[in-house]
Design a protein around this ligand. Structure first.
Ligand code: NAP
Ligand code: G3H
Length: 485
């Protein structure tokens, strides 16, 4: 079955390419690739039937996109900040006015529930500016933040709008040009978002979008000589991107194994609510999903009872019906999740619900009595299955967090703030939430991982720092300024 989300007239320019494939954006225009080849996205809720097709851009087209971006960037950097900001506001308005196409594309291509899809588009609306400091007595240093040049933005499938605009907006406001490589699943929504930016009136070339499968054009893009910064969000691929990237600024936001530590004095109702929201919203396909629970033995039964009550109430079904649990993004992802469950069960874990799967749709599952020898204790399932490890003390909980190769976020539930802070200090993660589930937002908060969870920090101000360089001009005075009494 072929499904299209692009009936909206606003998007006609990018959707009417020959063969029905969406066009790619270069120098302010939407074009078909000379490759005559396409890549396809699938509909995870419809047995992975074809959803849309996109241009498989050639290397020459990638070169043209970078050259155009480079040419547009110089004049853009000299455009007054308030003018840059006003165009971003215009793009945000167009995104809001034309959200329908993006929302339906998100439901079709990444099976995100109706309300969460709408939220993702709405939270794409963000703006920020920067500033400059500096002076001295006998040397006067004028320091300012200057754009790095061309920023390559690569978002993942699970937030193809928000995690794209959260790269594009800081890059542009800081005076950069961007080349976006959308994820194949979710590509339609990303292209719709780019269209809003182009329609807002940004100079041609400033915002380019080249499409194609990451495995085919990814290396060419990330090692391109005209790239000055890479902002990448995704999984293992990001580690390889970082290894190959040359002398460019790098922001990689990668996978996580966010642990939820529940202490004996915790508000167990709050902890259970947060675990279910954190672990199962969007079927667990969030980098910041709760991916393991470490609960103290004395409250484990009570907590697990409360979590199971809430899991029983989760809706399972289609994104358009706004189900919380929808199909995971691909068959290979569903197969991987299943393999983790099979491994855990074979090693003695307890499945709190019946294992159930239809195509990509996996019913929510809590797995109790997980031990360190099970793969699910360390791997990121990226699906609606959540392991629970019963711990005797803080050291056992910390061991789970700190032995992980990931270090994105974690959370601690306790009424003892001193204890929470002590644990937070000892947890090797980019962020610790106290009495709340892991989350990246609000979008202007700093957001970062350590170890295999990434390099650099996000959040609007931090992204601007990665995407700018400090430029100093020093005035050397003939005499120190303090010689005048
Ligand atoms: P992914 O497979 O790593 O893909 C991410 C992006 O990289 C996609 O646009 C993909 O394009 C592209 N890509 C693939 N190969 C490439 C290459 N060789 N060079 C450059 N780009 C390449 O990740 P995903 O499956 O989309 O997302 C899920 C993962 O992202 C999870 O691990 C999740 O935890 C992580 N994530 C992290 C954060 C965070 O902020 N820390 C946020 C969201 C998600 P194609 O789609 O065309 O392959
Ligand atoms: O998938 C990773 C996202 O960055 C998670 O964002 O915590 O706002 O859902 P969120």
């Amino acid at each position: 079955m072929t499904t299209s989300s692009s009936s909206d007239g606003f998007y006609a320019e990018l959707t009417n390419a020959e063969g029905g494939a969406l066009r790619y954006a270069v120098n302010g225009a939407w074009r078909a690739s000379s490759s005559d080849a396409t890549v396809e996205s699938v509909n995870p809720s419809r047995a992975n039937a074809r959803a849309n097709a996109f241009q498989a851009c050639t290397r020459a087209e990638v070169d043209e996109a970078f050259a155009g971006a480079r040419a547009a960037q110089g004049p853009w950097a000299r455009t007054p900040l308030h003018e840059r900001a006003s165009l971003l506001h215009r793009a945000a308005t167009l995104m809001r006015e034309n959200a329908g196409g993006m929302v339906s594309a998100l439901m079709i291509e990444v099976a995100k529930g109706a309300k969460e899809s709408a939220t993702e588009v709405e939270r794409g609306d963000l703006l920020m500016s920067d500033s400059f400091p500096g002076n001295d007595r006998n040397k006067i240093c004028m320091a300012s933040n200057v754009p790095v040049g061309v920023v390559l933005c690569i978002p993942p499938f699970n937030y193809p709008v928000n995690l794209c605009v959260s790269k594009v907006a800081p890059a542009l406001i800081a005076g950069n040009a961007v080349v976006v490589k959308p994820p194949t699943q979710g590509c339609t929504a990303t292209l719709h978002m780019i269209h809003c930016f182009i329609k807002a009136g940004f100079p041609p070339g400033l915002i380019q979008a080249v499409t194609g499968r990451g495995g085919e054009i990814g290396d060419y893009l990330t090692t391109h000589p005209l790239v000055n910064a890479i902002s990448f969000t995704g999984g293992e691929t990001g580690i390889r991107v970082a290894q190959k990237a040359g002398m460019v600024a790098l922001q990689t936001e990668l996978g996580g194994k966010d642990a939820c530590i529940v202490l004996p004095d915790a508000d167990l109702e709050l902890a259970a609510k947060s675990i279910v929201k954190g672990g199962f919203s969007y079927s667990g396909q969030r980098c910041t999903a709760v991916k393991i629970v470490a609960v103290f033995e004395e409250v484990a039964d009570e907590l697990i009872g409360k979590v199971n009550e809430r899991i029983a109430k989760l809706s399972v079904g289609l994104p358009e019906d706004d189900a919380t649990i929808t199909a995971v993004v691909s068959k290979s992802s569903a197969d991987f999740i299943q393999s983790l469950v099979v491994d855990a069960e074979s090693k003695g874990a307890t499945l709190c619900q019946e294992w159930k799967r239809e195509d990509n749709l996996i019913w929510p599952l809590l797995i109790d009595n997980v031990t360190h020898d099970m793969k699910i204790c360390w791997e990121e399932p990226f699906g609606p299955v959540l392991p629970v490890v019963r711990v005797k003390n803080e050291n056992e909980a910390l061991e789970l967090v700190n032995k992980s190769r990931f270090g994105l976020q974690g959370c601690v539930f306790t009424r003892d703030i001193d204890r929470a802070i002590r644990l937070s200090d000892a947890m090797q993660t980019g962020t610790v939430q106290i009495n709340g589930p892991p989350a990246r937002g609000p979008d202007h908060f700093p957001f970062q991982g350590v170890k295999d969870s990434g390099i650099g920090s996000q959040g609007i101000t931090n992204s601007i720092k990665v995407m700018t360089k400090v430029k100093s001009t020093v005035i050397n005075l003939a005499k120190p300024s303090y010689t005048i009494a």
